[in-house]
Ligand binder design. Structure first.
Ligand code: GUN
Length: 283
């Protein structure tokens, strides 16, 4: 028995085609979704993510603008810039690439972005709206995961979803979105005792810890749906996830690969949120 592989890359390409059509229709009404990405410093991983965002925006017709600032930028300078972007009518989405240099308080920056332009879905107001089940901007990676599950008509209601990792960007919000879909959710993290006990019970296992081969076949239940959010660079330079893909795919019913799995969905949901913001703004 081999698991069906859920290729986020293919789903993302389909969704972007649909978005391109939608953006064309908006353009006929004079609406051009605008996204501004702010990148501070020259972290290579962040630069590569930002490049991906620019490329995907171009593909769909979202007007994306990159503001690159030096590592030495002060918190106040960044907050002033965000104030300007918040009031710019042509900008519907603001994304400040994380992580930020140590002298800048990340939470202060996240909270400075207008919740109506927070296409990352990180502002406490949007997190609160997600918690209460309101329609809002959902964080992109969790929203991408949910979209992947739905694309395969995987049942979520009543299932036991186990989330390994509790980051604000992935673990916590993906658990919340699954709870909103009526799953029973368990969170595991670095202080969890006997983690395998939980992972082995998961109908849906989401792994977001950033450790190569953290989960292997013996940690999963036969027939489980396994979603691998990890992106780890191996010694040979290739990317790999948090799950031992070869072994786990013998036991799972569905599994996501790395690369070509969750990653491409994240950027796609960012575009979705930007288009949503533009539509809302012009309602
Ligand atoms: N750094 C890694 N992932 C993300 C993301 O989804 N949004 C932002 N702003 N920074 C990130």
């Amino acid at each position: 028995m081999g698991a069906e592989i859920i290729y986020g890359k293919e789903l993302a390409a389909d969704l972007r085609l649909e978005m391109k059509e939608e953006v064309k229709k908006l353009a006929e009404k004079g609406i051009i979704p605008g996204l501004t990405v702010v990148l501070i410093g020259d972290d290579p991983a962040s630069q590569s993510y930002v490049k991906g965002k620019q490329k995907a925006s171009d593909e769909v017709g979202v007007d994306s603008n990159l503001i690159k600032l030096p590592e030495t930028t002060s918190q106040q300078e960044l907050l002033n810039l965000i104030d300007d972007l918040n009031t710019d009518e042509n900008i519907h989405g603001i994304l400040v690439q994380l992580p930020l240099p140590g002298h800048i308080e990340e939470q202060a920056v996240i909270e400075a972005i207008s919740p109506e332009k927070d296409v990352d879905g990180f502002h406490p107001i949007n997190i609160g709206r997600m918690l209460t089940g309101e329609d809002t901007f959902y964080p992109c990676t969790p929203f991408g995961i949910l979209t992947m599950l739905k694309s395969k008509n995987i049942e979520i209601a009543g299932k036991h979803a186990v989330v390994v990792g509790r980051s604000n960007i992935v673990g916590k919000p993906v658990g919340q979105l699954l709870l909103n879909e009526h799953a029973t959710v368990t969170y595991c993290h670095s202080r969890t005792k006997d983690m395998k006990k939980y992972t082995k019970e998961a109908d849906i296992l989401i792994v977001a810890v950033g450790k190569q081969h953290f989960i292997t076949a013996e940690d999963i239940k036969p027939g489980a749906v396994v979603i691998d959010v990890g992106v780890n660079r191996m010694e040979n330079g290739k990317l790999t996830g948090d799950v031992d893909f070869e072994a786990a795919s013998e036991k799972a019913s569905y599994i996501t690969p790395v690369p070509r799995g969750v990653g491409p969905m994240t950027i796609t949901m960012l575009l979705h949120n930007t288009i949503k913001s533009a539509k809302r703004h012009h309602q």
